[in-house]
Ligand binder design. Structure first.
Ligand code: NAP
Length: 260
């Protein structure tokens, strides 16, 4: 099958900006790309962690950011562009708290929307003008298989990930013809601070380092949808195709342990 994006196979001296790189998947990806010779700019709120990363990765650059604040996003974007230019932007910032509609908490829904979706919009508004002008580059949004369809306790998180995947699809339709790559990354369960709150046994759990390797393979193949681990995500892809009359009762049964 022809690849949907320009393949990224060589990371040597490629300029990468990872937003949400102070822990978890973003941190592991930043490490893996630095090892492959990329110049990695790392962003998140925790400046101490970013500075620690820069200390052990001399070609890297720390640009603290709060994705909820437009001024902060603009300042970080300008700092990264001035320091190293931009080839690849990975939006990895995320917030997750299990939420159930029986205890509807609008503040939490709005916070998820702010960090997971609107933060990506703020970053895109800063980076797209220069990527379009240079006619090459890649934007990668870390979404989730939790955005495929409704899931229990996913009231605040799931809709933001559905929106993020949809956003990536629309970006692809418009930007591919300009020579830009766009990808949506859909991990299953990855062992990070974000999932540490889960009290149930997470199926097919992988490490952030394994997630980073899967992403790098996806970029090398020029994939639009980079999903992993396949033994888990393929099952969810099948569930996604079921009619609601089958989907709701089956998922209720499969997630009974996780909901109690
Ligand atoms: N772990 C999983 O199983 C899994 C599965 C599917 C998708 N994902 C997605 O993968 C991405 C990375 O998550 P993770 O699992 O690696 O969790 P994580 O270790 O908690 O990483 C989340 C990152 O987002 C940053 N962040 C949060 N709020 C921010 C804000 N307001 N401004 C700037 N940065 C902010 C955090 O840094 P600071 O706190 O320092 O700001 C951190 O670097 C998220 O989008 C998540 O939804 C994770």
């Amino acid at each position: 099958m022809a690849s949907l994006n320009p393949k990224i196979e060589n990371w040597q001296d490629r300029s990468v900006w990872i937003v949400g790189a102070s822990s978890g998947i973003g941190w592991a990806l930043a490490q893996a790309l630095s090892l492959r010779g990329a110049r990695v700019a790392v962003s998140a709120r925790n400046a101490d962690k970013l500075n620690a990363f820069v200390l052990s990765n001399p070609k890297s650059f720390a640009a603290p950011i709060d994705v909820q604040q437009s001024d902060s996003v603009q300042a970080a974007s300008l700092a990264v562009s001035a320091h190293q230019g931009l080839d690849v932007v990975v939006y990895c910032a995320g917030h997750y708290l299990a939420q159930d509609a029986k205890a509807f908490d609008a503040q939490q829904l709005l916070l998820h929307q702010e960090v997971n979706y609107l933060g990506a919009v703020r970053v895109l508004s800063c980076v797209l003008p220069s990527l379009k002008a240079q006619g090459f580059g890649h934007v990668s949004l870390i979404s989730s298989v939790a955005g495929y369809r409704g899931l229990p306790k996913s009231l605040a998180y799931g809709p933001t990930k559905a929106a993020l995947t949809h956003l990536a699809e629309c970006l692809y339709m418009d930007l591919h013809e300009l020579g830009l790559g766009v990808s949506a990354v859909l991990p299953g369960f990855v062992s990070t601070p974000l999932t540490a709150q889960n009290t149930f046994e997470m199926p097919a759990l992988i490490s952030p380092e394994e997630a980073a390797i899967a992403m790098i393979k996806g970029y090398a193949r020029g994939e639009f949808e980079i999903h992993f681990p396949k033994r888990f995500t393929r099952v969810l892809k099948l569930l996604r195709c079921l009619p609601y009359a089958w989907y709701f009762p089956l998922v209720a049964r499969l997630t009974k342990g996780a909901r109690s």
